[in-house]
Design a protein around this ligand. Structure first.
Ligand code: PHE
Length: 332
């Protein structure tokens, strides 16, 4: 009996080593080690042995079974590894062949312009300041020398926010309130720009949007004059548009600057385009910002970022910039 079993076990080990699939191995395992397998038969046969032979027979069965077990386990892990490798190979995706249809995006033309302007002014020694888009009536108007009832208020088509006392909160109509916040926030000398989003109750047309972007500039120092303002604007215009572009100031009126001016830039064809407003900071504004006008003076300027982008890239209609049509945006 033991001899037969040893032969069967040796055959089973050989068959296990030769098995070419996990299924074949499972079948072999069933035949050798299953309920009806030859090891079960051998164990049953032990009952017929003389008691003194049973111990040797039992040990022989166990060791033969251990060999078959080990052979099956070894082959099983080999086959499993091979099967997995085949599966991985079959399911492999060649990513180099996936067509690149979604090209990388890029910053919006207004963002590009905004960032280019920041770079220019930071290069000239300015810091970037920020203020809230929902602003108090005081920061947007009163502190800028536009008290309640002042006719200049009508010039801004203000959008009010339903918050607090009626009329006390609004969407800032310009970036100039950041002048006031900066003055209250830090001691002179001050050299800041404040780019940001502003809002006016305007109907969208080729040159107006109800939501647009401005860049404010504020300088407060000792002995600042109109010449410093003109020089700063000229430096910025040639840095942004190119050395051959000129700028000029034309007298104008703003409640928060005195004297005030409009600044224009000269295009390649010689024509002048209006860019923004500027002037020497009004003493009342300095006082509202906690700065002594006897000791300090300064200038401020403000212009539209969107309109600047429109001029630089020759876009005819401001609305195109905000229609989110990628055929338009991809050009920049
Ligand atoms: N805030 C003004 C506007 O929106 C522009 C301006 C800024 C004028 C600073 C003078 C000084 O029209």
């Amino acid at each position: 009996m033991i001899e037969t079993l040893t032969t069967q076990a040796a055959e089973a080990v050989a068959a296990a080593q030769a098995a070419d699939s996990l299924d074949a191995l499972a079948e072999l395992e069933r035949q050798a080690l299953g309920k009806k397998g030859f090891f079960s038969e051998a164990k049953k046969g032990m009952g017929a042995l003389a008691p003194e032979d049973r111990k040797d027979a039992g040990m022989a069965i166990n060791s033969a079974k251990g060999e078959v077990d080990a052979a099956i386990a070894t082959r099983r892990s080999e086959l499993a590894a091979a099967e997995r490798a085949t599966q991985l190979e079959a399911e492999r995706l060649d990513l180099t062949e996936v067509p690149v249809s979604a090209e990388a995006g890029h910053a919006h033309i207004v963002t590009q312009t905004w960032e280019a302007l920041e770079d220019i002014f930071v290069g000239m020694g300015f810091r970037v300041a920020e203020g809230p888009q929902a602003e108090t009536d005081w920061h947007n108007f009163d502190a800028l020398n536009i008290p309640k009832g002042h006719p200049a208020r009508d010039g801004f088509d203000t959008l009010y926010v339903n918050h607090g006392e009626p009329g006390s909160t609004l969407l800032r109509t310009h970036t100039s309130p950041v002048q006031v916040r900066t003055m209250l926030d830090q001691e002179p000398p001050i050299y800041v720009i404040a780019p940001g989003r502003v809002f006016r109750r305007d109907t969208a047309d080729a040159t107006h949007m109800p939501v647009f972007h401005q860049l404010e500039g504020l300088v407060i120092d000792r002995h600042i004059s109109l010449a410093d303002l003109a020089g700063t604007i000229d430096a910025f215009v040639s840095a942004y548009f190119g050395k051959s572009f000129n700028s000029r100031l034309r007298p104008n009126y703003f409640p928060f600057t005195e004297p005030s001016a409009e600044f224009d830039i000269q295009m390649n064809d010689g024509s002048w385009l209006e860019m923004g407003g500027c002037g020497m900071v009004h003493p009342n504004v300095l006082r509202a910002g906690g700065i002594d006008p006897e000791e300090w003076s300064g200038f401020a300027f403000g212009f539209g970022i969107d309109r600047l982008a429109l001029m630089k890239y020759g876009v005819d209609d401001l609305r195109d910039m905000f229609s989110n049509d990628t055929r338009f945006l991809n050009q920049f």
